[in-house]
Design a protein around this ligand. Sequence first.
Ligand code: XMP
Length: 321
Amino acid sequence: TWTPGNIIEDQVAAIRAQVGDKQVICGLSGGVDSAVAAALVQRAIGDQLTCVFVDHGLLRAGEAEQVEKDFVAATGARLKVVEAADVFLGHLAGVTDPEQKRKIIGREFIRAFEAAARELDAERHIEFLVQGTLYPDVVESGGGTGTANIKSHHNVGGLPDDLQFALIEPLRTLFKDEVRALGAELGLPEEMVQRHPFPGPGLAIRIIGAVDRERLDLLRAADLIAREELTAAGLDRDVWQFPVVLLADVRSVGVQGDGRTYGHPVVLRPVSSEDAMTADWSRLPYDVIAKISTRITNEVREVNRVVLDVTSKPPGTIEWE
Ligand code: XMP
């Protein structure tokens, strides 16, 4: 019978047999799949694994810390952190086109990961790359395995020819809920294991307009409030995702305290879905929406209006960019 314990046992044996005494690298994105895959490999081969976390500065509040502190504390994994926020924000400065944002982030991610991998490879020759490929990913891509391509992160490009690793994909036969159960069994933090899907380009595609530090901070504060209130209402598992979007290039007039304001709106975009191909807007209770709205406008400077997206997919997408 399927139990997380059995799967871990089987995978640990299989990974040990595959890897032998060789060295392994794994990219962490902050998401569930890469974290569980890394934790499993760590369980199997300990310090033969080095994890790399490229912090692009586009994650939500607390997520980088979750990787750098909680993940490490839970697994004992050796972690190399690449602080790349300045580089990413530098290249993103003034860019408003969604696809351009994605291109820049994908390109810079590969660059940063590749540089870290090269450095590590010089220290200890790396032969394997861990990927958190799930069963639905395998089916979608026609079932082939192949060379390393960091698919789980940005679905772009690949590593250069002179940096080829053999792949370890311990989640290849599993579905998302099974991966979550595995992560819990491996002792990963609840917030990491239950995290909603989050796009590789991060908050950059939830700021409509150019991305900068100040706007990221505004969005992070609003997003955190929405997440806190969803959790407090016990509704985390009722929604597939809950993007909060900052309309950074839009201003509207409001009145706060004893004066008129000219601030930005944020959009709440809670959706229900099975697989993100189609989605419906979540009918969250009005009192939860009201609480989120009140808190955001009270606590987030510059935001004076909260609106609710009531569009299904299609015709809308889940994300705004
Ligand atoms: P849309 O907005 O197309 O999103 O309805 C469908 C799902 O994909 C996620 N998404 C992305 N994930 N890189 C990713 O890794 C991206 O560029 C990207 N764009 C959208 C989105 O969060 C949703 O789960």
